[in-house]
Design a protein around this ligand. Structure first.
Ligand SMILES: [Zn+2]
Ligand SMILES: [Zn+2]
Length: 350
């Protein structure tokens, strides 16, 4: 009678989106490398409290495929711009009276922006003297003076003189300081902040947090540029061809969606993207299929009833690799404590 697993393997998280074989690159394996991989698996199993080593002891590697995962950071520097109108008494200033056409025209309203990532909100403004115009003072109807509120402008020689207006009947207008006119000009105000988004595209079932934590990521791309347009690729000259040529996994649609959903869609009439930064890190992995005696895989039968898989990756893949798997045959996943991940008679969960 064939042995069967005594304990339930962990539920697998393999998803359909990672099953594309387009970029599959099987690796021919020599015995020495196979033994190194198996040693890593056995060390990994022995460190796991609720895993039993029997299956790992019998493991035989049947296939190795190169896989890849990425961490993509996108930052955008967002600018909100608005106009504030400022009034002051008119004092013979020049009044070109120009109107503000397009607030976001960088040639006219050039605010320096050197970097995409800023802390918190940055605020600032520029005065626009070309918008200065002269308007009649509404407080005094352009007369520069207003009737005295105290004596109502009635000057009676027989009464006490009015102390407010010195019995002139009028008070100077405090708004226009007697000129009868107001100078109006615009200021452009600006608030800046950074939006950030993160995705982990991959052609294998490694969880995002493993990609995040791994010390094996290497730089694939990084640039910080002035924003050119809504097409993501127009902002980063070489990136699209870089992905097509150098990446075994085509994640262009992921990056486009990331940009659209987390950055472009957050814009409105008063905001614009001013700068963009993109950083992409790459993590190379081995997807290693193995058989372990006649143990059957109850978690994931996609590759056949007797095939199990672990992923090997990390900074130093030869000596200190990181491992991820979720279908090891003798895994009690910690539910039943030490001693359950075994084939002893007291443990018959299957
Ligand atoms: Zn006035
Ligand atoms: Zn008065």
């Amino acid at each position: 009678m064939a042995r069967s697993n005594q304990v339930k393997p962990a539920v697998t998280t393999v998803s359909g989106s990672y099953t594309s074989n387009v970029f599959e690159a099987p690796i021919t394996l020599d015995d020495e490398t196979a033994n190194i991989y198996l040693t890593h698996l056995r060390k990994y199993v022995s460190r796991k409290f609720c895993y039993h080593s029997d299956a790992a002891a019998e493991a035989k590697i049947i296939k190795v495929i190169g896989r890849v995962a990425f961490k993509i950071d996108i930052w955008t520097l967002i600018e909100k711009r608005w106009i504030k109108s400022i009034s002051s008494p008119y004092k013979n200033e020049e009044t070109p009276g120009k109107t503000v056409e397009n607030l976001f025209d960088e040639e006219i309203y050039n605010l320096k922006a050197d970097t995409t990532v800023v802390q918190g909100n940055q605020i600032g403004h520029i005065i626009l003297p070309e918008t200065q115009k002269k308007i009649s003072c509404t407080a005094c109807r352009g007369e520069g003076k207003k009737p005295c509120g105290s004596c109502k402008g009635v000057v009676d020689q027989n009464l006490k003189p009015c102390s407010k207006c010195n019995s002139s009947g009028y008070l100077s207008c405090s708004k226009c300081l007697t000129s009868g006119n107001i100078l109006q000009r615009n200021e452009m105000h600006c608030k800046r902040y950074t939006l950030h988004s993160l995705t982990y595209p991959k052609n294998i079932f490694l969880p995002d947090e493993c990609i995040e934590k791994s010390n094996g990521k290497i730089e694939f791309f990084e640039d910080d540029v002035l924003y050119e347009g809504e097409s993501f690729w127009s902002n980063f000259d070489s990136l699209e061809s870089r992905i097509k040529e150098d990446s075994p996994h085509d994640f262009r649609n992921v990056i486009e969606k990331q940009f659209k959903d987390n950055h472009l869609s957050k814009m409105n009439k008063s905001t614009r993207i001013r700068r963009m930064k993109c950083k992409i890190q790459r993590l190379d992995l081995f997807e290693i299929d193995y058989q372990a005696g006649d143990y059957t895989n109850k978690a994931n039968t996609q590759k056949g009833p007797n095939v199990f898989t672990f992923l090997l990756y990390g900074h130093d893949i030869k000596n200190k690799p990181e491992i991820f798997e979720n279908d090891y045959p003798l895994n009690s996943c910690g539910c039943f404590g030490h001693g359950c991940a075994c084939r002893s008679k007291c443990c018959s969960i299957s």
